[in-house]
Design a protein around this ligand. Structure first.
Ligand code: MN
Length: 301
């Protein structure tokens, strides 16, 4: 893979190293968790489905040396049809740029919904490096292939228009499901079982997900990797498949999940929608109160 070789061999040599991140001066530094690496994908900024508030909150409370944006970050397909942007979505961009300013290396690996960015691979935008595929070396020396994953999706690779149509149809189906029901009833059309239809769809989805995971792992093995990090199917997972560690960082449309690596190379999936995990994530690894709030002792109890 030319891009991979290029990234490995050349990128580090011409991108000037940044100074280490200075201590963050946010008001709630006590609730801060530091990671070696954070991987997020499928945020679908520019859509109503994007859980932008949760994402901005996650980014504000989780710091890292390297942040990988593993595709479908901005939904160009939707924005092309209709502009949808909120303050919370701007806040997400603001949090990412704040990380850049604080010395975090931010690498954007475009997906199919933001494929427009693939033409800019090798460039820097606002300090964010764009690269079609990357190799990440973990703290314990494992080589992980980082890519969005849509290239293994037969529908998307071979009939792009079909995928677009499917995406469009799905969005409308969700919004007008109720209306369709009422119209059918009025027209005296026969009963149509939604639950049976969905069950069938879910079964197909489960088969599709496991096939996707196998294919991605196989391809990572062929490339001599120890593991792979991808997104695309909106299904967070860490599991071993045929000697390859398969990681999927999930999405920010439903599950609000991120993949994080600690200083020893341990990988973990964080689910920011889950309030208990959110609280414990904020408590853990918090620096001693005195270190960040030297004035705390002077404040009367
Ligand atoms: Mn995708």
């Amino acid at each position: 893979m030319a891009e991979v070789a290029w990234f490995e061999n050349a990128l580090g040599s011409f991108i000037p190293p940044r100074a280490a991140a200075p201590p963050v001066t946010a008001t709630d530094t006590a609730h801060f968790r530091r990671h070696r690496t954070i991987f997020i994908s499928d945020t679908h900024l520019g859509t109503r489905g994007c859980k932008a508030e949760a994402l901005a909150d996650f980014l504000a409370h989780n710091d890292c040396a390297t942040l990988f944006l593993v595709g479908d970050i901005v939904d160009g397909w939707r924005l092309k049809r209709r502009w949808y942007w909120t303050d919370a979505q701007s806040q997400v961009i603001g949090e990412i740029l704040r990380k850049v300013d604080n010395g975090t290396r931010v690498i954007f690996v475009p997906g199919n919904h933001d494929e427009f960015a693939r033409d800019y691979a090798g460039r820097l935008f606002a300090g964010v490096e764009v690269i079609n595929e990357a190799i990440h070396e973990t703290a314990d020396g494992k080589r992980l292939w980082v890519l969005h994953g849509d290239r293994f999706d037969g529908v998307i690779s071979f009939a792009k228009w079909l995928a677009h149509a499917g995406d469009w149809a799905y969005g409308w189906a969700l919004r007008f499901n109720e209306l369709v029901f009422r119209v059918r009833k009025r027209l005296g059309l026969p009963y149509w079982s939604l639950s049976a239809f969905l069950k069938h769809k879910v079964k197909n989805a489960v088969e599709y997900i496991s096939r996707f995971e196998e294919v991605v792992a196989e391809q990572a093995k062929l490339r001599g990797m120890d593991g792979v990090v991808c997104g695309h199917i909106h299904h967070a997972e860490i599991r071993e498949i045929g000697g390859i560690i398969y990681h999927n960082d999930g999405d920010w449309v439903e599950s609000c999940s991120a993949l994080v690596e600690d200083a020893h190379g341990n990988m973990e999936i964080l689910r920011w929608a889950d309030p208990s995990q959110r609280r414990s994530a904020r408590r853990s690894e918090a620096p001693p109160a005195a270190a960040i709030r030297p004035q705390a002792a002077a404040v009367p109890a």
